[in-house]
Design a protein around this ligand. Structure first.
Ligand SMILES: Nc1nc2c(ncn2[C@@H]2O[C@H](COP(=O)(O)OP(=O)(O)OP(=O)(O)O)[C@@H](O)[C@H]2O)c(=O)[nH]1
Ligand SMILES: [Mg+2]
Length: 421
């Protein structure tokens, strides 16, 4: 059921997207109904005439569930259920259902349960108000009244517990993330079903689940992107975005979305074959602003080029995770972005410290290493400044000289007095 109000109309592509959402939740779309009104009806949302039409369409087609591509107010859904004899689900509830169906890891399960409870809490009132009317006359305390209080209390207690558990998960994620501070962290982000997981698989040779369903991915999966031994670049796949992403989800998936917020670079993936790709990309940009990731450098990628008209004019990198087209260019662009953000140094090491060498290759991008008369000269760069390198050098037993270079484009320019030991 698609409703629009006032001067607005149903967005192009919204009906097709709703069909895909229903299919992702395991349902099949039998009929689409549209309604335009000056404003939502406070009681039935679509107005009593439309309710009669919905009921008739449901009866004629054996429909058991009606999905509204809008959010219904507390009470409206139960009144619509009563009037139509069908189960009524609003957009947020549908998206939460898909998330609940696709959640696999402990973290995703905690986050989705929290989102569902936050969604249900204000709606318990409407549900129990409806039941309590059965309990007695005006002013009497219906049986639902006390049950409502109990349910609300239980829901709030559970919300508190879930929030604590998610905080713990978030703390562990931040720890893992800081352990990777030497690495360049890249996050694949974008509208749902654009091919983010497929790109991760194609770029990193990993076996992440990819499927033609909305919200196939709910967890951030991180893999190493190989880059010729030039330090580490890690690539994370994460949950996709959608138009009107429920705020309960944004709030509850804080920990998963943290991977996007903490990234050094975002790969914004759009679907080149989708006629509404520009609008989708705009929604992704504004969601990134909303979650605090608006200022992270980004690369724009248009995927599924094999399905698109070759004449489609596009700014950005054009790829196909399926055929491999454009992937080398994307990997190059990521490596270039990483190289541009390095703090460069030249290091002279006298003597042999194998552990230090291993550390340098694991944690820095090493561009050259020469050995002469027992001393090594190593040129390279570090992510996020040279402090970690300094701390590691302080632990080394051999003599060294560190020359920080200011020009990140590789023109050696001594800026500081050399640091030595
Ligand atoms: N033809 C074609 N299909 C692709 C391409 N990339 C991905 N797909 C398909 O598109 C569907 C969605 O791909 P995913 O990689 O799961 O997309 P996603 O962005 O991770 O989706 P969510 O995790 O659900 O947000 C799958 O059926 C993929 O096989 C591509 O370049 N060309
Ligand atoms: Mg995915």
């Amino acid at each position: 059921m698609h409703a629009s109000f006032g001067r607005s109309s149903v967005q192009p592509g919204a009906a097709e997207e709703m069909d895909a959402l229903v299919q992702s939740a395991g349902g099949a779309v039998i009929a689409r109904l549209f309604q335009h009104r000056h404003a939502p009806d406070p009681s039935s949302f679509v107005g009593s005439g439309k309710v009669v039409e919905i009921k008739a369409a449901a009866e004629a087609n054996g429909i058991t569930t009606i999905v509204f591509d809008s959010d219904l107010g507390p009470g409206q859904a139960s009144r619509l259920e009563e009037a139509t004899g069908c189960k009524v689900i609003d957009r947020t509830e549908l998206i939460l259902t898909i998330f609940a169906l696709h959640a696999r890891t402990a973290e995703a399960l905690l986050q989705i349960e929290l989102a569902q409870l936050r969604y249900a809490l204000p709606r318990l009132t409407g549900m129990w108000h409806h039941l309590s009317r059965l309990g007695g006359g005006i002013g009497t305390r219906g049986p639902g009244e006390t049950q409502l209080e109990v349910d609300r209390r239980k829901a709030r207690q559970r919300i508190k517990l879930l929030e604590t558990r998610i905080d713990e998960v978030e703390e562990r994620r931040v720890l893992r993330s800081s352990a990777r501070r030497g690495a360049f962290q890249v996050a694949l982000t974008g509208y749902t079903n654009t091919g983010k997981s497929s790109l991760l698989n194609a770029l990193c040779g990993s076996g992440v689940h990819a499927e033609d369903k909305l919200f196939a991915t709910l967890d951030a999966v991180t893999r190493r992107l190989h880059s010729d031994g030039a330090g580490q670049i890690v690539l994370s796949d994460t949950v996709g975005f959608i138009d009107r992403l429920p705020e309960e989800l944004i709030a509850s998936f804080r920990s998963t979305l943290g991977v996007v917020r903490d990234a050094d670079l975002l790969i914004l993936v759009g679907d080149l074959s989708n006629p509404w790709r520009e609008r989708q990309m705009q929604l992704v940009r504004s969601t990134l602003d909303d979650i605090g990731a608006g200022s992270i450098p980004r690369i724009l990628v248009w995927n599924k080029s094999d399905l698109a008209d070759p004449a489609t004019p596009m700014e950005g990198i054009v790829t196909s995770a399926l055929t491999g087209c454009g992937l080398a260019g994307l990997a190059e662009a990521v490596i270039k972005a990483r190289n541009d953000s390095l703090s460069r140094f030249e290091l002279l090491v006298e003597g042999d410290d194998g552990l230090l060498q291993n550390w340098l290759y694991e944690n820095c991008a090493i561009s050259s290493r020469t050995v002469a008369e027992g001393a090594q000269t190593i040129s390279g760069g570090c992510m996020h400044g040279l402090d970690r390198l300094r701390a590691r050098l302080a632990e080394s037993t051999v003599a060294w000289q560190l020359h920080p270079l200011s020009d990140t484009n590789g023109n050696p320019e001594w800026t500081k007095a050399q640091e030595t030991r």
